[in-house]
Design a protein around this ligand. Structure first.
Ligand code: AHG
Ligand code: MN
Ligand code: MN
Length: 338
């Protein structure tokens, strides 16, 4: 339900503090973490908004672990996220789409019990053409509170162990959407005061939607079951589905979260394990989706139940309204079990 921004003058900080009171053991750590992520988001959003004139568009001559050319804004966003969080004394490690290895907390800073995984800038191919992009993050507690740095096992926890997940979408407005397991809430940046204001309280995904989001340019590479699923969606005369695909996961996801619908990036002949990454794209958005009453699968398993094997592993992702994801599982999940 969209809260009237004039009456619901709850800022992100005030909302988090109020939420924190529901957790007796809360120490305010998550409040500080989310406020710092929001600060990094404001810095990233500021660069995004002036990308065309700030010499921040275009690529740098480096490549990430995925062999993808890094955009200047990828590198900028990555460093802003790290700098906003590494000195808080609350983290014992970080993992980023833009860094091959786990990012340790410098020894000059105290270490804490949290670890964060993030995609600092999602939708990089859209930066130079002024199309919505975003930042995605997920926060875990380290396992068994062992002392010192996070280890690999801490980063390979299932998505169901997430303490908090969220994203920022830099679009016509900048929105911050997150969950700590008590529902999903959205905040819109009021640039005149530099505060994120509660604008979308208790976001719930409609059980069914009329939007499907997929890169139909991959049609010939899909499995026959996936091809049939899309053909049948298109021809459902009782319910005219419409295709919407921005090419930025966060932007496609955000629209479907508010309006209902399904986003799909399944495996195909070119990407046998799908294209999107489990740790810092699929899991955080799957946590948000389940909190909002939707479903997220890889074609067989719930995304949140998948045991990660490495921090950059890819996974097929079908995510959104329950009805359309259930339908996919009938077409594809069952099909594969033949
Ligand atoms: P990133 O920019 O973080 O690498 O993510 C890009 C992803 C995702 O944002 C989007 O859904 C997908 O790539 C688009 O892929 P295609 O261009 O192959 O459709
Ligand atoms: Mn991404
Ligand atoms: Mn990215």
């Amino acid at each position: 339900m969209l809260m009237d921004i004039r009456t619901g003058s709850s800022t992100l900080s005030r909302f988090i503090l109020a939420e924190q009171r529901h957790f007796p053991e809360a120490t305010g750590d998550l409040t500080l973490i989310l406020e710092q992520i929001a600060f990094a988001a404001k810095l990233i959003g500021r660069e995004v908004n002036k990308a065309g004139i700030a010499n921040i568009i275009g690529s740098v001559d480096s490549f990430n672990i995925h062999g993808e050319g890094q955009q200047k804004l990828d590198v900028f966003a990555n460093s802003r996220m790290i700098q906003a969080l590494d000195h808080l004394g609350l983290f014992c490690g970080m993992a980023s789409e833009e860094e091959e290895h786990i990012i340790p907390i410098p020894d000059k800073y105290p270490k804490g019990k949290y670890l964060i995984v993030f995609d600092p800038l999602d939708g990089s191919s859209n930066i130079d053409v002024n199309v919505n992009i975003g930042t995605i993050f997920g926060i875990y507690k380290k396992i068994n509170q062992h002392p010192g740095d996070a280890n690999t096992a801490d980063f390979l926890q299932k998505g169901r162990q997430l303490t908090c997940a969220g994203y920022i979408v830099y679009g016509s407005s900048t929105m911050f959407v997150y969950t700590t397991g008590r529902g999903v809430n959205g905040f819109t940046l009021d640039p005149t005061v530099g505060e994120f204001i509660l604008s979308h309280r208790d976001i719930m995904l409609p059980d069914t939607g009329k939007i499907y989001s997929v890169n139909e340019g991959n049609f010939e590479k899909w499995t026959p079951e996936m091809q049939k699923y899309i053909v049948d969606l298109r021809s459902k005369m009782d319910k005219a589905y419409t295709a919407r695909y921005i090419g930025s996961l966060v932007a496609d996801f955000h629209r479907n979260l508010l309006k209902g619908g399904v986003f799909l990036y399944p495996e195909d002949k070119k990407n046998p394990k799908g294209k999107l990454r489990l740790l810092y794209e699929a899991n955080p958005l799957a946590f948000i989706t389940e909190q909002a009453g939707g479903r997220a699968v890889d074609g067989f398993n719930e995304i949140l139940d998948i045991q990660p094997e490495n921090i950059h592993q890819r996974v097929p992702l079908i995510i959104g309204s329950k009805n359309e994801v259930d339908m996919y599982m009938k077409y594809v999940g069952a099909g594969k079990n033949k």
